[in-house]
Every structure is written in structure tokens, then in C-alpha cells.
Design a protein around this ligand. Structure first.
Ligand SMILES: *Cc1c(COP(=O)(O)O)cnc(C)c1O
Length: 390
């Protein structure tokens, strides 16, 4: 017997679809090609200096060197509750309706362990951030996929879910503004989700990592703004994208008290909370000068416009997204997502993410992350044009 035989939960994970592109990328790089990586959803911009200063100061204080509280510092949770009130008009009790997270991925991944028993169904969008699916599998649950299709504005078609499946489901994952499609959802949609959740007695987990990364004055709503939402759901937030803090690992979940309590019970048995100095930096991020967010939006707006225009010039058709730093682009006729990604890499040194890597309905698309400087994006656009794909 193999001592390191993997557990079923690992064997059940979908195969890593980006393996092939990773291999080709290494190969092309070895040839000395100047690669422009539009694949990674990780901001290239640095964390604003006032946030770094807050960390430095807090790191010097021995009071912050001990184990933090599992559920988060009171000050952090109060700042989060105040922000929700000011930004969304949503009332939260900091003590029982907020928990700090080691990045929102951590909380999302742990949530099914609190509420999904083996065999339970979770409704999972596809294409999507892979964590919803893998976390369901880790808990022994059964993912039921909700396709996000262009004809439905990349929102799940709730009417297409059979009553039998919906009644068996314990949890529904959602993410708007969406990665990878960059679609947004309005309150009307969230209202229908709450009605669906009430009718079928299921919990909603809304991943709101991109609400602050929105353009042209668009303001993403919170799922919790809908009446009754707090009775059925939790919302997950992250400082990663808003403040260029992906490496810091700090986020939070808010919403239903029993939901927060369940998530906290899992966390208290697995991790020991977020380093207090990082939470204090998080407080500075949320409460401090927000001009850094305005700057960030200006940067991504210009990048978005540059790249949308470049893609259109190269023969692609797409609408500029209202939010997120992704472009979800239709593959021109005759290619699969992987074939196009391979051509872009081999002939133009461009790394993009083939859409099927996020789930089968992503076939026919590729994702561009606007995480490169304008000069590099211009260069990428020039190379695309030179390929004469259409
Ligand atoms: C980047 C991202 C997050 C944030 O993850 P953190 O763990 O907070 O860094 C969450 N959800 C989606 C869909 C993302 O793209």
C-alpha cells in the first residue's frame, strides 16, 4: 500500500486545467520570449503606504505578538460594522455578526465544514472561482452546478434548478461582481435569491470580493441590503483587491449570527485568527484615507479602456465591464479556449486564462486580468492586432 495514497477528497478534485498552459508558459519562457502575463488575478500595485505604516507601528507593540482572538479584534469588527452601515446601509452587530478571516478564501473554504454533511447538496456557479466547488467536496458535499451564461447576463437561472435539487440543497454560493465573467448583479436579483433561499430553506454564501472595484460611478450592492437576506446568508469580503493586500491575508465574513457562529466554531479548531498587527493595518485601510481606492479605480479604468479598445481593434467583440479587473472575452470562431490560449502564448507571448479552466460553460471564452502596467497592455494589444485572428 502506498503510504502517501491520497484521501478521496483530494482524488475527487477536478484535474488542474491550467497545467498544460503552465507547462507551455515555461517552455516559451525558456526560449527567451518576452512574456506578458495577463493570467493572474493578483494586483501588481503596491499596498498604500499609510496601511504599511499602520502595520509597522502595530508590529512593534508586544501586545500584538500573542494569539489573537479567534473571531477577530473588537476594534476590527466594529470598523467593519460601521463600514457596512455607511457603505450599504446594513446594520450589523460587531460581536455576533462579524468574523475576521485570514483572507476571504479561508472563510469560504471553511464554511461548508460547518454546514454541509456528507451527501448534502451545495449550489455552485460555473464558471467560477474554484474554491466553492473544492470546499464543498472537502466537506463531503455534492456540488450541483449552476451555469452562468451570457443569455442570462452571467447570473444563475434559478428557475432552471429543479425543486427536488433546490430542496436538497443546503447552501448556495454566489459571487458578484463576478470572477471570471466580470458580471454584476443588482438588488432585484439578490431579492429573488433571498426568496429562493426562504422557499427552499437554504443558506446563501455571497462572495463580495470585488464590490469596491467598480467603474464609471457604478456602485455594487451588498447582498445583505435585501430585506430578509441576513436571515438566510453570509457575505464574504476581502481587503485583498480593494487595497492591494493579497499577500497580507485579511478579510471578513458578515451576516447571519448562526452562520457566523458555525464558521467561527470551525475556525477556532483549525486556525488562531489573524495577526493583530495585520488587523490594525486592516482598520487603517477601511477607515483611513480612501483616495487610494479612487486612484486604484482610475488606474484600472484606464487599463480597461485601453485593453477593450485593443481587443476590439484586433477583431474581438466585448463590452467594457462595470466592475472587477477582468475582461471575459469570447473566443473567435474556430478555436476552443485552450487552442486560442495556446496560440496567444506561442505566437504572441501572451498568457491568458482559458475560460473552461473555471468550469465547462467557460468554454468559448478567455479571461484577461488587467494586472499589468499600461505600457505592457499596449504592447499586448499590439501583438494581438499583429496576429490577425479575424
Ligand atoms: C481574489 C478573490 C477573493 C479574495 O481572496 P482573499 O483570500 O481574500 O485574498 C475572493 N473571491 C474571489 C472570487 C476572488 O477572485
Amino acid at each position: 500500500m502506498d503510504i502517501f495514497e491520497k484521501a478521496e477528497r483530494l482524488k475527487q478534485l477536478p484535474s488542474y486545467l491550467f497545467k498544460e498552459i503552465d507547462r507551455k508558459k515555461a517552455e516559451v519562457m525558456a526560449r527567451g520570449v518576452d512574456i506578458i502575463d495577463l493570467g493572474v488575478g493578483d494586483p501588481d500595485l503596491p499596498t498604500p503606504p499609510h496601511i504599511i505604516q499602520a502595520l509597522k507601528k502595530a508590529a512593534d507593540d508586544p501586545a500584538n505578538h500573542r494569539y489573537p482572538s479567534y473571531s477577530g479584534m473588537n476594534d476590527f469588527k466594529e470598523v467593519v460594522a460601521t463600514w457596512y452601515q455607511e457603505r450599504f446601509g446594513v446594520e450589523l452587530d460587531p460581536a455576533s455578526e462579524v468574523v475576521s478571516l485570514i483572507g476571504s478564501k479561508e472563510g469560504i473554504a471553511h464554511l461548508p465544514l460547518a454546514f454541509i454533511d456528507p451527501g448534502d447538496v451545495a449550489l455552485v456557479p460555473t464558471p467560477a472561482y474554484p474554491v466553492y466547488n473544492t470546499a464543498t467536496i472537502f466537506a463531503g458535499g455534492q456540488p450541483y452546478f449552476m451555469p452562468l451564461l451570457k443569455e442570462n447576463s452571467f447570473l444563475p437561472d434559478l428557475d432552471a434548478i429543479s425543486g427536488a435539487v433546490a430542496d436538497r440543497a443546503k447552501l448556495m454560493f454566489l459571487n458578484y461582481p463576478n470572477n471570471p465573467t466580470s458580471a454584476v448583479a443588482d438588488l432585484e436579483f439578490f431579492k429573488r435569491v433571498v426568496e429562493f433561499a426562504e422557499k427552499h430553506r437554504l443558506q446563501v454564501c455571497h462572495d463580495a470580493a470585488y464590490t469596491e472595484m467598480a467603474f464609471d460611478g457604478y456602485r455594487s450592492p451588498s447582498f445583505l441590503e435585501v430585506d430578509g437576506a441576513k436571515e438566510v446568508g453570509l457575505e464574504f469580503h476581502s481587503l485583498s483587491k480593494t487595497y492591494n493586500m493579497t499577500g497580507w491575508r485579511v478579510g471578513f465574513a458578515v451576516g447571519n449570527q448562526k452562520g457566523i457562529e458555525g464558521l467561527g466554531a470551525i475556525k477556532s479548531n483549525i486556525d488562531s485568527g489573524v495577526f493583530q498587527a495585520v488587523q490594525m493595518a486592516g482598520i487603517e485601510a477601511i477607515r483611513g484615507d480612501q483616495s487610494c481606492v479612487e486612484d486604484m479605480i482610475r488606474v484600472y479604468t484606464r487599463r480597461r479602456d485601453l485593453m477593450v479598445e485593443g481587443l476590439r481593434d484586433a477583431g474581438f467583440q466585448l463590452q467594457p465591464p462595470k466592475a472587477s479587473f477582468y475582461l471575459w472575452v469570447e473566443v473567435p470562431g474556430g478555436y476552443t479556449s485552450s487552442q486560442l490560449a495556446t496560440r496567444l502564448l506561442e505566437e504572441a507571448g501572451l498568457v491568458v486564462t482559458p475560460g473552461n479552466g473555471f468550469g465547462d460553460p467557460g468554454e468559448g471564452y478567455f479571461r484577461i486580468a488587467l494586472t499589468q502596467k499600461r505600457e505592457r497592455l499596449s504592447e499586448a494589444a499590439e501583438r494581438l492586432k499583429a496576429m490577425k485572428l479575424k
